[in-house]
Design a protein around this ligand. Structure first.
Ligand code: IMP
Length: 199
């Protein structure tokens, strides 16, 4: 097989993907390699639907096997918001964090989880979709400079540090994306070997 497309232009995600898929012998391209691809409208109502929409669109455009994730933060006290709207919740990461902390101001229930759905598509169809989650709490203030998005205010269960403070290697072992990938990796290894015969 010549390559597989990660249907994202987010450089942080591409780096995580490359590390997560490090053992698989295939070149990973991203949407940064396909600047002419039209913007994909994420109009699904679940993480799974959005991942499938993106993987299918990227596979159709590039003619290659493509995978996409859709992920976000569910906060129990906010009825699982921002959820699929996590990136649209505010314009920048500091603004998203400030808005979240302000919505939770004085709230004792800070239970939250990151959710990730990963979908793999080829030849005009979705082949499979996998999910992963990581449970934790929203901190009272941001801590740490690492990661991206809501990482500085998310403290995973079993750790004293936030995702912004934990080394990337640790996050890559326990994150929602890592868990979804752990489920997806066998499939990618086995099925894409078969796809490789035709692609
Ligand atoms: P999307 O999956 O590209 O639609 O983006 C989901 C949004 O959820 C991101 O823009 C982040 O704000 C947030 N998000 C998803 N995964 C993570 C993560 O691992 N750490 C921090 N924030 C995340």
């Amino acid at each position: 097989m010549s390559f597989i497309v990660a249907a994202t232009a987010n450089a942080h995600k591409v780096e995580e993907y490359k590390k997560l898929l490090g053992d698989i012998d295939v070149e990973i391209k991203s949407l940064a390699d396909f600047p002419d691809m039209p913007e994909i409208e994420e109009n699904g109502s679940t993480f799974k639907e959005n991942a499938e929409i993106k993987a299918l669109a990227a596979s159709k455009f590039t003619g290659a096997p493509a995978f996409a994730d859709d992920s976000g933060l569910e906060v129990d006290a906010l009825d699982k918001r921002p959820g699929i709207y996590s990136s649209r919740y505010a314009t920048t990461d500091p603004e998203r964090i400030a808005k979240l902390l302000s919505e939770l101001d004085g709230c004792g229930n800070r239970r939250a989880r990151f959710v990730c759905a990963i979908s793999i598509a080829f030849n005009g169809e979705v082949l499979e979709t996998f999910e992963g989650t990581v449970e934790g709490n929203i901190t009272l203030a941001p801590r740490g400079e690492g990661g991206f998005g809501y990482d500085p205010v998310f403290q995973p269960d079993g750790y004293d540090q936030t995702f912004g403070e934990l080394p990337q290697e640790v996050k890559n072992q326990i994150s929602h994306r890592a868990r979804a990938f752990a489920n997806a990796v066998d499939f990618v290894e086995n099925e894409l070997a078969a796809i490789g015969d035709v692609f």
